[in-house]
Design a protein around this ligand. Sequence first.
Ligand code: ADP
Ligand code: MG
Length: 763
Amino acid sequence: MARRLARLAEIGVVELPGAGERAVKALGELGVKTVLDLLTYYPRDWADRRATSTISELVEGRETSVHARVRSVTSRRAGGRRSFVQVVLADTKGARLPVTFFNQPWRTRQLARGDEVVVHGRPSAFRGGMQMTNPLLDVVAVAPRAEERAGTAGTAGAGGTAGAGGSDRSRPRRRRRQTGRIVPIYRQSERSGILSYEIADLVSAAIRRAEDECALADPLSAERRRDLGLVSRSDAFHKIHDPGSASEKEAARRRLAFDELWRLQVALQLRRRAAVASSRGIRHSARGELVRRFVRGLPFELTPAQRHGLAEIAHDLERPVAMHRLLQGDVGSGKTVVALATLLVAVQGGHQGALMVPTEVLAEQHLLAARRLLTGLGVPDATRLGGERPLEVALLTSRTPTSERSRVISQLAAGSLDIVVGTHALLTGEVRFSSLGVAVVDEQHRFGVDQRAALREKGSRGLEPDLLVMTATPIPRTAAMTVYGDLDLTVLGELPPGRLPVRTDWVDGPLAEAEVWRHVRAEAAAGRQTYVVCPLVRPGEEPEDGEEPEGGEETPGAEARALHSVVEEAERLGSGELEGLRVGMLHGQMRSVEKEAVMAAFRGGELDVLVATTVIEVGVDVPSATVVVVEDADHFGIAQLHQLRGRVGRGGMPSSCYLLAAPGPTSTAARRLRALEATADGFELAKADLELRGEGTVLGVRQKGRNDLRLASLLLDEDLVVLARELAGAVLDADPGLERHPAFAEELELFVGEEEAAYLLKG
Ligand code: ADP
Ligand code: MG
């Protein structure tokens, strides 16, 4: 019988030899309570201490190990109270290396002439040779202590095995060698007082304990491991914590990463299967007059990608099972049109559509777009002359005035409102639909699973609405498979024709900035327009778009600095750099009618420059605009800058994007700006974003199972993601309830939580 991981989750670290009260408490603070926790408390790095030199080969400042014999050990006092131990080492060639230990008086008891040791450290120059100060030291062999006489300063010592002996509290009893091997470095907790090497010792104890009576179970058979090119689980746990080489460590990491990905894939696929099994969807009829008229009335031809995407969606809509589909497409690829056509399928069948977006401003922008593209469309109404009434679209956000709000709510319940565009406000209990047929969620990554589910529950008569979620941030396909593995995927892989690449420059310093404003004036003289984007509406206020500051972990400088505001900047530019030009303002605190008036003026060419917040990020489409200037660009995330840049380059004229940043941005901010300069490809940028922000933030809180992704990297392990997905699919096809794979089922429970696993497996 082999031991399963679940069993290891039942053994507390307290039970491990060497786990004292202090260590147990400290580990607890690190979230490590069981032997399983300890086994999966992976090193955050590995230090390679295998490089060795002879003494004469030492190079100043270059970290290395030296294998040598102790010549002498002396305790010294240098003025005042500061004492140190001086050890002289000699190698087989006879060269000498003086080594000094400060604050380690016990070294006199540990070491004796003739002992064989390895020291690891950074040599410094000393009297024509080299020396080391406080190096790591391992005793390799102990010289025979002729007499057991104790305590004579300088030479005596209690013998013993490597590193053992002595009663000093700071020396753990059983310590692994720190030199001549690859040493794991653990995230330690200095506050609660547990250090990396103590964790390493306890991990070794945990591994011994895990395997003391029986081997560790491996849910992958030897044959399957061979096919997948993976090492055994037991090997992997050993080698991740104590690799003999870099390739052993990588093989271990891949195996454990595979396990993480595979558990996640099983959970995702089960979730999806459960959703399909329990779904009572609406059989829409995707072909119909309303959608046809909409498409025919558009001011452009659909791109092949849009047509293909719509066909996939139509296929889903016509099935009796509710759609769960992700529409992924780069900025400006035209997702809005696809969303509207999808909503219209619901409407033409007598149902309603809802479009949910994460912010007020986006909701208003989408409403504008919808109004613009849907004008003139009518829905069947037998009570009307001509058998039709105009299609009704309305906005619902937390800022909608009370009277308007009650009108919207009652019309939704009555079925006289066809499409509602809104924020989280749509999720409140008062909002009931007469018959919600299709729900679209834009900028999906900003919503949680629960919110998406809440929207789906707005269906009536037990019918589940079809769901389309859209992401404006393209993420690499493997990441999508992982984060959105429970959704079908449609990719809009091309932009509408006529888009020119936008020249992008990171501008810092007043001279370069003057050049920017000169360019803006020249464009205005030629009848072209400019956006100037600022993070704030008024000085000192919060940025208005409510997105969490990206890469904010290390931007103290940015926080301390005053950010530009629309109100001040419009004033400053209008009477300074851009004097004589027609400068307008747009931000989220303006009333809708004001916003509409300003946008109309800008679109109509009555304004040369629009100073705006990120309200223009989505939905704003003015082909004659050729320049976008982003103030405090270092304050914005990659995805947002990419969106903002997407506002220009739409009219077939060369366009520019200027990223203005205060001198000396943080290193991550600098890398973001450089990434924007280097590429216009959304997928490339998404990768850069993943690298810079860390995968955890990109995954967000979407998946419960995500906490299990410790070693897997969505960027490095694309092949494993694919393999894991295939394996999960094959196993579940053959055994949907995992009855014949109890080990899989048990692990799923362990990592996604019992309740969730029970729910997933019941069906
Ligand atoms: P995103 O995918 O970023 O949400 P939008 O839906 O806002 O992109 O579309 C970007 C712009 O492209 C909009 O102004 C839209 O009207 C326009 N557009 C969409 N589809 C096409 C098309 N097939 N041909 C030309 N322009 C299009
Ligand atoms: Mg969009």
